[in-house]
Design a binder for this molecule. Sequence first.
Ligand SMILES: [Zn+2]
Length: 259
Amino acid sequence: MLVGNIRVEPVIDGEFSLDAKQWYPNVSEDALAKHPRWFGPGGTFTMTVGGFLVRTGARLALVDCGIGPYLPDEDNGGKFLDDLRSKGVAPEDITDVLFTHLHFDHVGWATQKGTVVFANARYRCDAADWEWFMANEEGARRKLAPIAGRLETWSGSATVLPGIDALPTYGHTPGHAAFAISSGDERAYLLGDAAHCPVELEDIEWDGISDVDPVAARRARDEVARMLEAEGARAAGAHFPGLEFGRLMRLGGEAAWTV
Ligand SMILES: [Zn+2]
C-alpha cells in the first residue's frame, strides 16, 4: 500500500485463535453472535500476529516484529522472516525497528536465542514502555537485553523517522504508541494494540482483557476511533485479520469498519 511516497506492507508471522468470551468478558454472547464477520462459530476469535514494513526514503523500517517461532501450531506461525524475504528484504537490510509497545507478541523476532535478529537496525520505543517492561516483565528483560545498546527512545508525541510520527495512546501499556504515516497530503495509521479487533472501534464498550490500564486504554481507543472517522484515513491494527487496512465510516448512524 502506498501512502504518498511511503510504501507500507504487512509482514505476517502467523495467527492464533482464542475464545472471544474470555477475551471480552463484559460482552454478552448475543452481542458476540451479532458479529459473525469477526467471530467464528462458538465465539472463536482469530488474531493475526506480525508487523509492518515501511519504506520511507532510504529507510527500511519495521513496526513491530511478530511473536516469534512459539505458536503452538507450528504450521501457523514463525513465518515473519520468510514473509520479509518474500518482499526482497533480508533481516540485515532493516534500518529501524519501531515498537508500538513491548508485549511478547510484538517483539518476538527482535532477538532469537540472545542474538539480535536485525543486526544493523536501531530499535525504538516510547521511554515509558521501556521503563515499565524492564521493571515489571522478566520475559521482556531477557528478550530485549541484547538490543539495549541499540535502543533509542522517545516520549509522547514525536517524529521518530521521516514521515512517521508516534501518537501516545497509553493504556494498553504505559508507553503504547500508534503511528501516523504521512507523505504529501496522504496519511494512514498503524494502531498497534489500541484496538485488537475492528469491532472495538465500532463499539468503544468492547474492552479486551490485556490492558495494563483499562480506563486509559478505552479513552485512547475512543480518541483513535473519533480521529479515524473524522479523517476518513486508512488504518490497520497489529492483530486485525490479515493485517488488512480499512476505514472507520458511519453507515446508517452506526460506525462500521470497511476494507
Ligand atoms: Zn498484541
